[in-house]
Write a protein that binds this ligand. Structure first.
Ligand SMILES: Cc1cc2nc3c(=O)[nH]c(=O)nc-3n(C[C@H](O)[C@H](O)[C@H](O)COP(=O)(O)OP(=O)(O)OC[C@H]3O[C@@H](n4cnc5c(N)ncnc54)[C@H](O)[C@@H]3O)c2cc1C
Length: 342
């Protein structure tokens, strides 16, 4: 399916990456976005730059330079701007227009959720969210994402018309430095602040961090998962461990069938597809129905009493051990380290 209808040649403008700098730091998502922006610009054969709000750590420009960034556009920030997404979107849209941007790229995190639709409306351009891949095609830019509960891959084409607002699934962003990214010292361009004193209509009144105990397991960063190798005592210990370490709980289908959790905690083909930074598989054999749901995890560590189970070849590290012996010791150490306070 294609956005817009035009017989004009595909000749998009430059890529503008909107950098998320939580606490003023360039974290993995920001690095991944720079890397993605650089790759996308190469595919489209256009220039690229990045935009961020002021108040970042002094080392950030140099860190951005590692990804070949040559221009960092700095938008002055204030409490009035930080807490007003519509004002932020208006300022970014202004810069995107000034730069003649063809693509405005954002991570599909809280920043992208808040700004992308507002930006697309301001720029009167197409919006494509949560892309997992992009490819240059004779029709334009092919954009892909997972749809229908992540069971199918959907492809759209952007023909270069309007400014495309594109959010990228942070789980596919890789902060890896490629040889094609020539280190540079980016020029910092100070942009004008808001010209009108009018406050934004949308105000953020409080920021509440996600609770790992309730967050959707498909969005969890760290998951400790129980299989049938966990008996009731082990499962209770795991629940406490998850609470103490602020980690999300996952289970296999047989554990869900025991009625120990709700369906929303079940991981696998029938359950949720997950892609955490860290997946700990405890007493899980590693059937294809379970592995299918965890294969995008960055790091899988497993523990099983049987050295021959298929979870091991699907793990980054595996431990042959008895949960009955390991769990009490692990919990004891975590209780000591955390003071037993969740
Ligand atoms: C259509 C279909 C869809 C399915 N969808 C899903 C799905 O979405 N998610 C899912 O998980 N399953 C799903 N299943 C079920 C799946 O095929 C497996 O049966 C299931 O994943 C096995 O779960 P398990 O690893 O917890 O249990 P088991 O396969 O019984 O493994 C338990 C493991 O615990 C180990 N163990 C035992 N005692 C200890 C101990 N003391 N210490 C350490 N290790 C120990 C054993 O060695 C064993 O490897 C589906 C099946 C079908 C047919």
């Amino acid at each position: 399916m294609a956005f817009g209808g035009s017989n004009q040649p595909f000749a998009p403008g430059p890529v503008l990456a909107v950098l998320d700098l939580p606490g003023g730091e360039l974290e993995e998502t920001g690095k991944g976005l720079l890397s993605e922006a650089s790759r996308l610009a190469k595919k489209l054969d256009v220039a690229w730059s990045a935009l961020c709000f002021s108040g970042f750590a002094p080392e950030v420009p140099e860190q951005c330079g590692a990804y070949g960034l040559t221009r960092l556009l700095v938008q002055p920030s204030s409490a009035e701007v930080t807490d007003a997404p519509d004002l932020q979107a208006a300022l970014i849209a202004l810069t995107a227009r000034d730069q003649g941007a063809g693509v405005v790229l954002l991570p599909h995190n809280d920043l992208g959720h808040a700004l992308a639709p507002l930006l697309a409306a301001q720029l009167d351009g197409p919006l494509y969210t949560e892309a997992v891949a992009t490819a240059r095609d004779h029709q334009g830019l092919k954009l892909m994402r997972r749809a229908l509960g992540k069971r199918v891959q959907e492809a759209w084409f952007w023909n270069g018309q309007g400014t495309l607002v594109l959010t990228v699934n942070p789980q596919i962003l890789s902060a890896a430095l490629l040889p094609s990214m020539k280190r540079s010292v980016p020029e910092q361009v100070q942009l004008a602040g808001p010209t009108s004193a009018a406050p934004g209509k949308i105000r953020i009144i409080e920021r509440i961090p996600p609770d790992p105990q309730t967050v959707d397991v498909s969005e969890a960063e760290v998951i400790f998962s129980a299989g049938l190798g966990c008996d009731q005592a082990c499962f209770d210990q795991l629940l406490e461990l998850c609470k103490l370490l602020n980690v999300s709980l996952g289970v296999t289908r047989p554990v869900y069938d025991l009625g120990w959790t709700g369906f929303e905690r079940m991981v696998g083909q029938t359950g949720k597809t997950v892609a955490p930074r860290f997946y700990l598989a405890l007493g899980i054999s590693g059937s294809m129905h379970h592995i299918g749901g965890i294969k995008d995890s960055r790091r899988i560590i497993s523990l099983n009493i049987d050295p021959k189970v298929p979870i091991f070849p699907n793990s980054d590290e595996g431990f042959v051990a008895d949960l009955k012996a390991v769990m009490p010791l692990l919990l004891e150490r975590v209780r000591a380290a955390t003071g037993g306070v969740a």
